[in-house]
Design a protein around this ligand. Structure first.
Ligand code: FES
Length: 85
């Protein structure tokens, strides 16, 4: 498992094995806009401030992957991700 910290909201949440980061954040009151929920449209993309993401989307370019993350489907390789929300 891993945790996500929404920096601007000062909310930290543990992301369950069977839920998305977007769902985990919504559970604690941090709204994430989603549309396709399949990593294709880019609606759920936010800036990544810290941590090592495990990108599962098909939207971001290799260049964008170092600083953004699609919250509907991507996960983490580090214990904590910090996002700009
Ligand atoms: Fe479409 Fe995440 S909602 S890429």
């Amino acid at each position: 498992g891993f945790e996500v910290l929404a920096a601007k909201s000062s909310v930290r949440v543990s992301v369950g094995e069977n839920e998305t980061i977007a769902a985990a954040l919504a559970r604690v009151g941090v709204k994430v806009a989603v549309s396709c929920e399949q990593g294709i449209c880019g609606t759920c993309v936010v800036d990544l401030l810290e941590g090592m993401p495990d990108h599962r989307d098909e939207y971001l370019t290799e260049e964008e992957r170092s600083e953004q993350i699609a919250l509907c489907c991507s996960r983490a390789r580090s214990p904590l991700l910090v996002v700009d929300l």
